[in-house]
Design a protein around this ligand. Structure first.
Ligand SMILES: [Zn+2]
Length: 86
């Protein structure tokens, strides 16, 4: 795949980091649900994987907006923990 939404990687990392201390279910299905909810609330940031310059630009831009990602991920975890889909 040559086009990636780099927001996905950030959300994935953040979910793993934030649920480590939660007592919620951490199965693949719940994590996928959390990822989908969080990503729907965040703007997609697509980049072609061969464009390294653009990638690092977006990377630092997203790191500066880490607060928005934290909020979206925290809400997604809360929603799935409260009502898991299984
Ligand atoms: Zn689960």
């Amino acid at each position: 795949m040559s086009i990636v939404n780099i927001m996905e990687g950030f959300v994935q990392d953040k979910i793993e980091e934030m649920i480590a201390n939660e007592s919620c279910c951490k199965c693949e299905r719940c994590i996928d649900d959390m990822k989908a909810i969080a990503l729907n609330r965040l703007p997609a940031k697509y980049v072609s994987s061969h464009n390294g310059e653009l990638f690092s630009k977006l990377d630092s831009m997203i790191r500066q907006n880490a607060v928005d990602i934290n909020i979206a991920v925290a809400e997604a975890i809360y929603m799935v923990a409260k009502r898991p889909s299984h």
